[in-house]
Design a protein around this ligand. Sequence first.
Ligand SMILES: [Zn+2]
Length: 125
Amino acid sequence: MSITGNPWTDFKRERERERERERERERERKPTPKDWTGRRYGKLTALHYRDHGKYGAQWAFRCAGCGSEKVLPIIFVQAGTLTCGCKPKKTGWPFPVARGLDGLPVSPIHRAALATGNPLPECLT
Ligand SMILES: [Zn+2]
């Protein structure tokens, strides 16, 4: 029996309802992602939910170590089995290069580096 008297309109309505049911099923299949925004896991801070991957919910994280943004499955980050993977930032030479009246570095090592054009060893930069 026709609802509107127009079979074509009926068909479109039925199709619309079917699509709505499909969307409903889709929503039930995927669990609503929990909100971990702002949570810290070691150096990683959860920024926002990204998508659902092979290993469940994937989140965008900001790494306090290197400042980069990474998308990682949250279960591994929470379990502590996954980190950004970056190396800790080098502290480097903690003292500024002291310069003499001639404007050149006081340190003979820095002078030599400047004079020869050889780069300084990493621990002194
Ligand atoms: Zn990092």
